[in-house]
Write a protein that binds this ligand. Sequence first.
Ligand code: PLP
Length: 483
Amino acid sequence: MTTDVHYVDNARPRPADTDSAPDDAATLQALAQQHLIMHFTPAAAYDETPPTVMVSGEGCWLTDASGKRYLDALAGLFCVNVGYSHGAEIGAAVQEQLARLPYYTNWGYAHPPAVKLAAKVASLAPGNLRRVFLTSGGSESNEAAVKLIRQYHQARGDHARTKFIARRVSYHGTSYAALSLNGMTSFRKTFEPLMHGVRHVSNTKRYKRPAEETEEQFTALLLQELETLIIQEGPDTMAGVFVEPLQNAGGSLTPPNGYAAGVRKLCDKYGLLLVADEVICGFGRLGEWFGSTRYGLEPDIITFAKGVSSAHAPIGGMITTDAVIDTVLAGSQGMYLHGLTFGGHPAACAAALANIEVMEREDIIGHVRRTEDYFRQKLSTLLPHPLVGDLRGDGFHYSLELVTDKVGREWAAQPASTDFVAQHLGPALVAEGILCRAAVDHEGTPLIQFSPPLVFDRHHIDWLTDKVRLVLDRCATAAGLTR
Ligand SMILES: Cc1ncc(COP(=O)(O)O)c(C=O)c1O
């Protein structure tokens, strides 16, 4: 006798059902809850609050599966630099490339889109950065930079130079080396022990520094801390320093005067390589192709991703100098010991080339330069609000820091800042159709971050500012903070 056993789980749609599943919001949300593991998403999203499912975009606006519209003031994840209306054009370039050559590798071979993209990125990069390694994203790019630097020092006989310095609260990605560089304790600690020898120094946040401290004094303090750390660790053990031109995490932290030049000087003095992580700052966010240019930062390596294709395809990379890569190539290994199947994928390179063409044709970087003062000035009208303590940023990257005590510059009331953000601010922003980042920073104060598509215009800025003011008023009342 044979027994056929059919396992039927009525609670879950069978995978085959998904082909004919309707695209209605409820069905998509249910399928997402059952099958899609979401990135950095609280457990409640899997059973209590169904996830929002975005289905289309136009300009700076997104529409979800229920038809609700949102103004995207975060460019997806700081990446849809040309906005949502160039998909057909960039897609056509991708389609043409796929029809011609869907894939070939950069391991020992080249193909036209990778060659052209490397040359194009080199032509846009500052200084003598002109050799390009292609990856599939930001973490991979920082991973690539760590390995390049390790090999660089080995090729020079500096075998003990294995340690890296990054800044507190910085975010450099989620893969092993990139995660190790992160200055965000909450992201790191679950996975420790991480890569050996990463140290962190203060970032450039000035808001809570003593009021009487000058910018020059602040710069001197930061540089002194960096130098002391290098000396304490032993300069001959130090490999490199990672900084973002403007640090995203912690809230649009710009470098004080003299900082960029000072970090370069210390790297030269003690033989460290300097990496500018431009995964967010690159490709127009700060009104330049690379944020390093804006602040006079002169790195040995730039890492990039996100905006290079305006997120129309997963691609990133690393740009370095002849001096660095040629030293590695002349080393005992005779090669840069790193490679990725999808690094420099032809379709992704075609998307990046088409994106850069759009950015040039539409003078998108010029638009950022022409509009950034208006953006800052408009957001500064929120400063008198009882909950707004600070506004900082440059280009198209701004943050508001919220406090209940403007003199003490802190959140010193109930509800606690985490509850305020989770129960009031975050939901209210989304309810009003605003996509931005609302989070509590490492010092316990809420931040609202804006990093919109670079085609954000004055009317978007006006709309955003008015809505944020409304949300702050409503949240202050709802949370009992107006008394
Ligand atoms: C500054 C910075 N570096 C690296 C990364 C990691 O990039 P990815 O998520 O593409 O791996 C990010 C992502 O947000 C970032 O902001």
